[in-house]
Design a protein around this ligand. Structure first.
Ligand code: ZN
Ligand code: ZN
Length: 415
């Protein structure tokens, strides 16, 4: 579930309520759009209700880590997945709650800015250890050599830090969210030497949404990772705090009502096993297709959705398109209309390659043990919009007959 955040408009300061995956921020007061950068883990504080005799500077903020995303794993012959949405305390303190429970979802979070007064306790638990405990997957991530775990990846990942405000009064530590005692004041005293004030570098960052090419206004939906200039027909993606041009293609359709879904078409090299041509892939996965010479001359690409989907649908559509990629005609850089927003970036898409390879492998017992030795290198991604015909309950890709449930697409927007 998305967190709700109370942000002030970077242009005029008016309050704006956002969802945590909002990128394109529209302000109703000044009508200016800003794009929120995805720079490291966002930091938020839970709202406090401390009494008047406590000054804001007396607050202590206890760090909790929040993880949201999907784990894909290949365990013996099974390709599994698990949706993670959990918090875990970031310090070793057994007397404080291990998680924030439902608080982050039930409250409007406030981004940490430099002017927030109080002491921020530093994280002492390694993020990875907190993650395996939060996700309850220590068996998948503990690094012990479990020979039957062939692969795991965390995709669509959001990591944020949520601070729980507390204060000390007359030797007692209080939870400032509900203003109730937590226990002895020594609980917080122990952290006196591990605190720091808020930093400017923790603040959320924004850039303006002006097209670098023609100075037109870039458009997109609230959660778009790729913005569109309709004036000069260009696509832009933020990288290094700037919008960079993105190359894309649209595969033509005869269907005028077709809707275009974005996919990352990823070509790459491998170490540990040669997967260079589509023929190599068919042999590896033992697909029931005659590997005639023509498949050996088609370079292999993986087709991974550039949109968030529920894990089952994500694997299914990636598998269907990757297996039938030879049926997809090449596209061109034509005017883009009826398109769905990009909500999954290429870095995450590359992470999905081995899971899709495992899902499409038919001779699992023979091939899956090879996955740990295989490394994906030099991944190159191109954004391709494929036409889908909308039917009452699903979207059908006209060249490959690949099917995507409409419900999976709706669910993915909320992931
Ligand atoms: Zn404004
Ligand atoms: Zn432009």
């Amino acid at each position: 579930m998305d967190l709700t955040i109370e942000q002030s408009c970077p242009s005029c300061g008016a309050p704006i309520v956002l969802l945590e995956d909002d990128r394109l921020i529209r302000c109703a007061s000044c009508d200016v759009n800003n794009y929120r950068l995805e720079s490291g883990a966002a930091r938020y504080v839970l709202p406090s209700k401390y009494p008047d005799h406590i000054a804001p500077a007396q607050l202590f903020f206890i760090p909790y880590l929040r993880f949201k995303g999907t784990i894909f794993y290949v365990h013996e012959g099974e390709i599994g997945h698990k949706i993670v949405d959990a918090t875990r305390i970031g310090i070793e303190e057994e007397k404080l709650p291990a998680t924030l429970g439902l608080r982050p979802q039930a409250m409007k979070l406030i981004p940490v800015v430099a002017s927030v007064e109080g002491a921020f306790v530093g994280q002492t638990v390694a993020t990875k250890a907190a993650f395996t405990q939060a996700a309850m997957v220590t068996e998948l991530f503990d690094g012990k050599s479990d020979k039957t775990l062939y692969h795991r990846a965390f995709i669509g990942e959001t990591l944020s830090r949520i601070y729980q405000p507390c204060y000390l009064h007359e030797g007692i530590a209080y939870d400032a969210v509900v203003n109730k005692p937590l226990g002895s004041g020594r609980l917080l005293d122990r952290y006196q030497d591990k605190i720091s004030p808020s930093k400017v570098s923790w603040e959320p960052q924004f850039i303006s949404t002006i097209c670098p090419e023609c100075s037109g206004l870039l458009a997109g939906e609230r959660d778009s990772l790729v913005l569109h200039c309709r004036n000069c027909e260009s696509l832009w993606q933020e990288n290094g705090k700037k919008f960079q041009p993105l190359s894309w293609q649209v595969v033509e359709s005869d269907d005028r009502t077709a809707e275009y879904l974005p996919f990352w078409q990823i070509t790459f090299s491998t170490r540990g096993w040669v997967l260079q041509s589509f023929g190599d892939y068919l042999r590896f996965t033992n697909q029931p297709l005659v590997v005639a010479g023509r498949f050996d001359s088609i370079p292999l690409a993986f087709w991974i959705p550039a949109i968030k989907l529920n894990p089952k649908a994500f694997l299914q559509i990636s598998s269907q398109l990757t297996v039938s990629q030879w049926r997809i005609p090449s596209g061109s850089m034509r005017r883009l209309d009826n398109d769905h927003p990009v909500t999954l970036n290429q870095k995450e898409a590359v992470q999905a390659i081995k899971s899709v390879l495992a899902a499409t492998t038919l001779n699992k017992s023979k091939r899956l043990p090879l996955l740990p030795q295989m490394t994906i290198v030099d991944a190159r991604c191109q954004l391709i919009y494929l036409p889908f015909t909308k039917q009452p309950h699903d979207y059908v890709q006209e060249h490959t007959s690949a099917v995507l449930l409409a419900a999976a697409l709706r669910f993915g927007r909320k992931l």
